[in-house]
Each structure stands twice: as structure tokens, then as C-alpha cells.
Design a protein around this ligand. Structure first.
Ligand SMILES: Cc1cc2nc3c(=O)[nH]c(=O)nc-3n(C[C@H](O)[C@H](O)[C@H](O)COP(=O)(O)OP(=O)(O)OC[C@H]3O[C@@H](n4cnc5c(N)ncnc54)[C@H](O)[C@@H]3O)c2cc1C
Length: 332
């Protein structure tokens, strides 16, 4: 068994996703502590551009596995290809992003390999040659510390934005090795008929550095325009709590929380959101939390670094104007 640390890379349009670069940065540090190499594994149809992009972010070796059956993504094909690669190379640790895909296939992969798995990792450390992970539990009311007991392949499904994207070093290159992994089409039991991409003008929520988020306090779909204007001025993404989604004011992909997305931006601005545990489950990992709420006793203020007690309908337009002014001009 090698002391290598692997990252299973997710990619889109020939580019690695931000989460995979975050994991690669951490893989480099862990590999150093464990005396192994940082290895990126890139499955897909044609992944040569993705593979080339990974050396500057810290990959020592990049394995590619190319097959038309790997795109569009299905859990069966992904489990087959990643499982075979791991069986062959036996790294000590595999990092997988806690994304829709990662959460879908990682437990299946662990069951196939008989590997230990920790999901929702918020940190991963080497402690006296043991691997220790922390993970939020009970809608983030507690943080669990978990030690891997097994000696075999260990899998960590890591939350987005807990590690920074490493600084790219354009001079650094990785050795790219093509792996031949024949896939059995009969074992792919699902067929993707259509992929409908959700078009958003702003960066995706899970990749945004700044998020402005609205709750029931916005009172109606038309008032999300206030958040859109502020987000545009800040270069932020717009999210929401669950009631605006349930009421059909915004699409489902806006939802943040236990049944929505988990985000960890640098700044999270909660507007007219009370701070229910199910909402906090998706955003309490944000670096700085700012809340606007007219109720001084709203639970969100217990978590917020900065709280504004007041009417969001008065505050948001003024805030947008102030941001535009500070940035030196109109961004309309
Ligand atoms: C199984 C389960 C899963 C769930 N999953 C999620 C989830 O993933 N995400 C999620 O968000 N919720 C989730 N919920 C719902 C959650 O329990 C709360 O009901 C929800 O988060 C409340 O949303 P809110 O804060 O927008 O609304 P409310 O709790 O109604 O709060 C609205 C806030 O707006 C303030 N306000 C009103 N008017 C103004 C104004 N003019 N100016 C300033 N402030 C104003 C009020 O003071 C209030 O604090 C889940 C619930 C269950 C049972």
C-alpha cells in the first residue's frame, strides 16, 4: 500500500472544479506528512486539458481514465472506474468533494472496497501517523472528531471551501499517466436522457466568496430584486432559506441548509432570515456572517459577526448604493 493521497477530480468544460483544487492543496500537505505523493485521478470522456491544469495546483502525478461511458456522470460508471483505480494503486487516503456527485458515489465506493469512510469532513489532520477528521453533527450543534481505525484505503468526503485553493505555480507540472480501465456497460443501470443546466448570471453558490441570502422576511418574489442588485454590486451570488423556495419565489437551487446546499463563503449576508438550525446547517461554516433582521431577538444574531437590527427594505437599497459608491461608479 502506498502512502499516496488521492483526489478524485470533478470537472466541467475542460476545467477542474474549485472543490477539487481545494482538495489538491490539502492532499499535498497530507501527502508530505504521510511520506507519499499527491495524486489526482481524473475520470471522463476527454480529460487531457483538465489533467494538464492540475500540476500547477500541487498534483505530483495525474492519472486519467477516459471512456465515453463516463459522461454524463452516473454513479455506476463512476464507482466502477474509481474503484478499479483504487484497487490497483492502493493509496492510503482518497479525498472526494462533498458535492452532489461525491455524496452520491462515495458511500457506494466505500462499500465496494470495504474501505473506511468519513463524510462531511470539515478538517483532516495527521496525528501521530493516525488520520483524524472532524465533522459537524446534529445540524451543526456538535462537532464530532473521528479517527480512522482501519489500515486499508480510507475515504474522506470533504466539505467545500474548508481549505483554500492553493496558489497556482505555472512552472510546476505533474506526470500524466493514462490508465486503461475497461468499463462494463451492462453494469451501468441508469441512463441520463437529458441534462438541463441551470443558467445563473453569477458564480455558483458553492463557489462564491460572497453570498447575499434572503428569507421569508423578503415577503415576495419581486423583492429578491433588492438582493440581485446588491449581489451585482458586490460580485456575489444570491441564495435563500427554504420558505422562498417552498413558496416558489426562487428556484430550488437557491436553497441553503439541511435540505439545500452547504456553503462556506468569506461573507454570508442573511436578510430577513431568522436563523433556524436547519438553515444554519448549511451556512454556519461561513467565515464572516452579517445579518439584517428587524427582530433583535432573532437567533441568527447569536451566530452573526455583525448584526443590523432594522427593516431590510430600508437597509438593502442604501447598502447597494454604498457598495457602488465605494467601488467607484455604477455597475449597472
Ligand atoms: C426537515 C427540515 C428540513 C429543513 N431544511 C431547511 C433548509 O435546508 N434550509 C432552510 O433555510 N430551512 C430549512 N427548514 C426550515 C426551517 O426550519 C425554517 O422554517 C426556515 O429556515 C425559516 O426560514 P426563514 O428564516 O426565511 O423564515 P422565518 O423563520 O419566518 O424568519 C423570517 C425572519 O425575517 C425577519 N423579517 C421579517 N420582515 C423583515 C424586514 N422587513 N426586515 C428585516 N427582517 C425581517 C423576521 O424577524 C424573521 O426573523 C427545514 C425544516 C425541516 C423540518
Amino acid at each position: 500500500m502506498a502512502n499516496d493521497v488521492w483526489v478524485v477530480v470533478e470537472h466541467e468544460s475542460g476545467q477542474p472544479k474549485k472543490i477539487s483544487l481545494e482538495l489538491l492543496g490539502r492532499a499535498g500537505q497530507l501527502a508530505l506528512a504521510l511520506g507519499g505523493k499527491a495524486v489526482a485521478f481524473v475520470p471522463g470522456r476527454d480529460v487531457s486539458a483538465v489533467a494538464r491544469a492540475l500540476g500547477p495546483y500541487g498534483a505530483d502525478i495525474v492519472y486519467t481514465a477516459q471512456d465515453p461511458l463516463l459522461e454524463p456522470y452516473t454513479a455506476d460508471a463512476q464507482t466502477q472506474v474509481v474503484g478499479e483505480a483504487l484497487r490497483k494503486e492502493q493509496p492510503t487516503l482518497v479525498l472526494i468533494g462533498s458535492t452532489a456527485q461525491g455524496r452520491d458515489y462515495a458511500p457506494r465506493l466505500a462499500a465496494r472496497l470495504g474501505a473506511a469512510i468519513v463524510t462531511d469532513c470539515a478538517s483532516l489532520e495527521v496525528d501521530n501517523s493516525s488520520l483524524v477528521a472532524t465533522r459537524p453533527m446534529y445540524t451543526r450543534k456538535a462537532i464530532g472528531t473521528v479517527m480512522y481505525a482501519s489500515e486499508g484505503i480510507r475515504i474522506a468526503v470533504v466539505l467545500p471551501a474548508v481549505y483554500p485553493v492553493p496558489q497556482a505555480d505555472p512552472k510546476r507540472t505533474a506526470e500524466v499517466r493514462a490508465m486503461r480501465i475497461p468499463l462494463d456497460a451492462k453494469q451501468i443501470r441508469t441512463k441520463v436522457h437529458e441534462v438541463q443546466a441551470i443558467k445563473r448570471e453569477t458564480v455558483p453558490l458553492t463557489e462564491a466568496d460572497v453570498i447575499v441570502s434572503g428569507g421569508r422576511g423578503l415577503r415576495g418574489p419581486e423583492n429578491f430584486a433588492l438582493l440581485d442588485a446588491l449581489a451585482k454590486a458586490l460580485g456575489a451570488a444570491v441564495g435563500s432559506s427554504r420558505p422562498p423556495v417552498d413558496s416558489g419565489w426562487v428556484p430550488h437551487d437557491y436553497e441553503i441548509g439541511q435540505t439545500g446546499k452547504t456553503v462556506s463563503p468569506q461573507v454570508y449576508l442573511a436578510c430577513g432570515i431568522s436563523g433556524a438550525p436547519q438553515h444554519l446547517a448549511g451556512m454556519s461554516g461561513s467565515k464572516h456572517i452579517v445579518a439584517i433582521n428587524k427582530d433583535p431577538n432573532a437567533p441568527i444574531f447569536q451566530l452573526a459577526d455583525l448584526g443590523i437590527v432594522g427593516d431590510l427594505f430600508e437597509i438593502l437599497p442604501k447598502l447597494t448604493e454604498a457598495v457602488k459608491k465605494a467601488k467607484g461608479g455604477n455597475r449597472d
